[in-house]
Design a protein around this ligand. Structure first.
Ligand code: PLP
Ligand code: ZN
Length: 417
């Protein structure tokens, strides 16, 4: 049974039927999904959730589809790692990495939003799935559309990482590279959606799509033993994920699934594209669009759709925001890999780099629980590391050459006689 109630304008509160709508016709505010929470409260207990299979659909009452998911049954329930080595390095007491670098099937958190969006699009009768993407959404739309036998159109800035382009083409998607920034891609896609009537997961069916991100937050709370962390650091592109993690914590609190809600939410962006961080630091809710220039291409949205709501989430929770240079991104990617064995993409470097700064600034205290959100896999953004890790040692397959190498590296190892 579905508990999906309606769509509601975030600004004026006008309700709309649960159809393919995304803006309010009265005030142009964005629409958001609302649920029958009284019904949900009666059926969704910790016990019920814990008995279900380990994937994001264990919270299905809080997701906006009416039947069973048509794709992505295995998405989610990624590891929450107690990162003790990294904690020691950063001088903090209790640190966790939520690791969506290993989300199924395309190794980023976008599989969460896409499985919801495609399932809902099919319920609403769409037969072509599309998106405007900075890379990970492209991978996920292409893969999940293929998995349920739908045609897909994926629009991206033409100069994305090669791995992200290949990782979209492989699924047989129609891939269109646009000579322009993501914001220009997005504008074109709004026109295509209007003319061709396709389901653009992050445009005309965005209210349903965005709800999938909540599962990232639900899982953190459940994996912490049904409590929320004191501090959470989240990467921001369009600014949807950060607002939905907050919504997830609030819903769990209102449903009685977690006792206290005292989380401070922190946003992270690259210095080469930080319109939301700038607004937080300047004490305004007004987003000044920027032209992106950063290696963190998955976060390179200069005019973020949910920028305003991200600022409100961050400041409303008592959190803060920080940005990092490309150099700091690479060094944070290395730090995470060397301490915890997790290879995150550039966005992960942004988030950890920002967390490190916030800790050093004293904004995040060292003795309280902290979650750092890793949202994508490093194998997809290898270009950012080309030439940054030095050359490997190459020798002939002779023991003497290996002995020389060990000597040259200046380290002594015990050997058998
Ligand atoms: C899309 C994306 C984000 C941020 O998503 P928004 O909801 O648009 O803020 C974060 N990390 C990665 C790796 C992404 O692909
Ligand atoms: Zn409105």
């Amino acid at each position: 049974m579905s508990h999906l109630k309606a769509l509601k304008c975030r600004e004026c509160g006008k309700e709309y039927p649960k159809e393919a709508l995304h803006v309010c016709e009265l005030c142009f505010g964005p629409l958001e999904v609302i649920y029958e929470y009284d019904q949900i409260k009666r059926v969704l207990t910790r016990d019920v959730i814990e008995k279900r299979p380990p994937n994001m659909w264990r919270y299905r009452e809080l997701l906006p589809i009416e039947g069973d998911p048509s794709v992505g049954a295995q998405v989610g329930f990624t590891p929450l790692i107690k990162a003790d080595n990294l904690a020691k390095e950063l001088g903090v007491k209790e640190l966790y990495i939520k690791n969506d670098a290993v989300n199924f099937p395309t190794l980023s958190f976008k599989d969460r939003v896409v499985s919801v969006a495609i399932s809902r699009a099919r319920e609403m009768g769409f037969d072509i799935i599309a998106c405007a993407s900075t890379g990970n959404l492209a991978n996920s739309v292409a893969a999940n559309a293929a998995a349920c036998g739908m045609e897909s159109f994926v629009f991206i800035p033409y100069d994305l990482e090669h791995t992200k382009i290949l990782g979209t083409q492989i699924y047989g998607a129609n891939v269109v590279g646009i000579k322009g920034t993501y914001d220009e891609v997005n504008r074109l896609c709004s026109e295509v959606a209007g003319k061709y009537g396709w389901a653009f997961v992050n445009i005309n069916i965005r209210p349903y799509y965005a709800e999938g991100s909540k599962t990232f937050g639900y899982e953190i709370a459940e994996q912490l033993g049904w409590r929320v962390p004191k501090h959470i650091v989240v990467p921001m592109a369009g600014g949807s994920l950060i607002t939905k993690i907050w919504k997830a914590f609030k819903e769990f609190h209102n449903l009685g699934l977690v006792k206290t809600l005292d989380t401070k939410v922190y946003g992270a962006q690259a210095a080469g594209c930080s319109p939301i961080v700038n607004a937080v630091k300047e004490g305004t809710e007004l987003i000044r669009p920027v032209r992106p220039n950063t290696i963190a291409k998955s976060l390179a949205i200069g005019n973020p759709a949910d920028g305003y709501y991200s600022v409100k989430t961050i400041t409303g929770s008592g959190g803060w925001a920080e940005n990092v240079t490309d150099e700091e991104i690479v060094s944070a990617m290395r730090l995470l890999a060397e301490t915890e064995g997790v290879f995150a993409e550039t966005a992960g470097g942004v988030t950890l780099g920002a967390a490190k700064k916030l800790i050093e600034q004293g904004r995040i205290p060292r003795d309280e629980s902290i979650v750092v959100c890793v949202t994508g896999n490093g194998l997809k953004t290898q270009e950012a590391l080309y030439g940054k890790l030095g050359e490997i040692d190459v020798i002939n397959s002779r023991l003497a050459e290996f002995d020389d190498l060990v000597k040259a590296n200046g380290k002594a190892y015990a050997v058998k006689a």
